[in-house]
Design a protein around this ligand. Structure first.
Ligand code: F0G
Length: 462
């Protein structure tokens, strides 16, 4: 990194070679579009979105080297050169013995939990992402979150709010017994918990508990590079290490991992499953052949593997990571200064509005985070995602059970938007916050039995 000490501005460490126009709509049009979409922003056509902060997944801008790699992709069915390139890069970073490509993260989860999950099994995690939970539960197993106490309070400022609650993890292991727990998972950064990082110390402690009870530890590694950069800047002893060295240490404590390359591999599609255990890898590959494809492509084209390999090299560049974490923080700090309640401190890939404090007049069973999500689209054509009672709330015996956190996530696609886009977002969020008392609660008019947030439809409560 070459930067003169008198320069404070963190700039995008790239210049723009290709552009894609975005379409402006007026308030009248957006009102109609949102109504037709059943007040669910997942159901809006992307064309009608001005700034799309729905997800940081698969939305990255690829580099010129990644695009060049697409031409170089080897499309052989078996043993392609691109597989070997991807294999070697993943192996360098993770040290894993078996690397199994999949078409995205949830495919890796599906294969893993089809084999180790099942009726009566229990999987602890700091916080399961929704697809991870769904795949654990779909196998018949129970998914248990063991998030540390600080992570449950959006206003608390702490360095590693994504950490596993180690005491709670031990409690769960003792309560259910090691026979019922096929593995422990740790998600870095903790997406559903606010994009908050997990410390190396916490990964080490989780490993120690797993060793004590003889349990394997797997990492949900989607945002491993962002997590590594937080460790570098926040945890003692890591300031002089490179992101690669930190990532290597993180992976040295685990027995396997699931990865969505759509995040920290800077590609639009892809993922992988990696592990050290030969037997488990054999079972995973056998299932992969049935569901994804031959083990050297796993549902991906050779060119996709090429782009993943290149993206994994680029994601660990320190200039990139500094820009990534600082630019997300810029959005968070500005909103905080304007008095907008956000989950603090800012996360790695997203800023999360705290809907409970934003809309104290709307109870959680009336989906306050969904109401903010709709308002951001109506007022500025911005698409964000609800991570609250729609995604994680449930009704048991007629009683509504609310999740701890009621959040609206503004996820920042990698290398896509510039600072003026983000300044526009700040202006729109402020506008919605200024008129927050006008916002109304919502009710469901349709919900699917699983992952209901993707297809639910809503109406405003009078
Ligand atoms: N694990 C985590 C922590 C994730 O954030 C995601 C995806 C997955 C697993 C599944 O990966 O999408 O490739 O199948 N998160 C996206 C998001 C969808 O918007 O946060 P996938």
């Amino acid at each position: 990194m070459i930067r003169d000490s008198y320069i404070k501005t963190v700039i995008e460490p790239f210049k723009i070679k290709t552009v894609e126009p975005i379409k402006f709509t007026n308030a009248e049009e957006r009102k109609r579009i949102l109504h037709e979409a059943g007040y669910n922003t997942f159901l809006i056509d992307a064309e009608n979105v001005l700034i799309d902060l729905l997800t940081d997944s698969g939305t990255s801008a690829m580099s010129s080297k990644q695009w060049a790699g697409l031409l170089d992709g080897d499309e052989s069915y078996a043993g392609s050169k691109s597989y070997h390139r991807m294999h070697d890069v993943v192996s360098k970073i993770t040290g894993m013995k078996h690397i199994i490509p999949t078409h995205q993260g949830r495919a890796a989860e599906k294969i893993l939990f089809s084999i180790v999950g099942g009726e009566g099994k229990v999987v602890p995690n700091n916080t399961h992402f929704d697809t991870t939970r769904a795949n654990v539960e779909f196998s018949g197993a129970l998914a248990i979150d063991c998030l540390n106490e600080q992570g449950k309070h959006p206003e608390v400022i702490a360095d590693f709010k994504g950490n596993m609650d180690i005491a709670r993890l031990e409690e769960v292991i003792q309560q259910y017994g090691t026979d019922r727990i096929p593995l422990v998972m740790i998600t870095v950064t903790n997406n559903s918990g606010g994009g908050q990082p997990v410390s190396m110390e916490n990964i080490r402690q989780t490993r120690a508990v797993c060793d004590k009870y003889g349990l394997p530890l797997f990492m949900d590694a989607c945002r491993f590079a962002e997590n590594a950069y937080f460790i570098k800047t926040r945890e003692q002893g890591y300031a002089d290490k490179t992101p690669l060295e930190i990532a290597q240490e993180m992976f040295s404590y685990v027995d396997g991992l699931t990865m969505s390359a759509k995040k920290d591999a800077l590609v639009n599609i892809g993922g992988f499953l990696a592990m050290n255990d030969d037997d488990l890898a054999l079972q995973c590959r056998n299932l992969l052949i049935v569901t994804e494809g031959f083990p050297t492509y796993g549902g991906l084209a050779g060119r996709d593997l090429e782009a993943i390999a290149q993206g994994l090299e680029e994601i660990l560049e320190e200039d990139y990571l500094q820009y990534r974490i600082k630019s997300t923080e810029y959005l968070g700090r500005k909103l905080d200064e304007l008095g907008v309640p956000i989950l603090m401190p800012p996360g790695g890939h997203a800023i999360y509005l705290d809907a409970k404090r934003f809309l104290p007049h709307i109870p959680q069973e009336q989906f306050p985070a969904q109401s903010i999500t709709c308002a951001l689209y109506l007022d500025g054509g911005i698409r964000v995602v609800e991570i609250g009672s729609v995604m994680f709330g449930r009704t048991e015996n007629g009683k509504f059970i609310a999740p701890d956190l009621e959040l609206v996530r503004l996820a920042i696609p990698r290398r896509v938007y510039t600072q003026s886009h983000i300044d526009y977002v700040i202006e729109v969020v402020k506008h919605v916050h200024d008129r927050r008392e006008e916002l109304k609660g919502m009710r469901l008019t349709y919900e699917a039995p699983m992952l209901r947030h993707f297809t639910a439809r809503f109406a405003y409560v009078d």
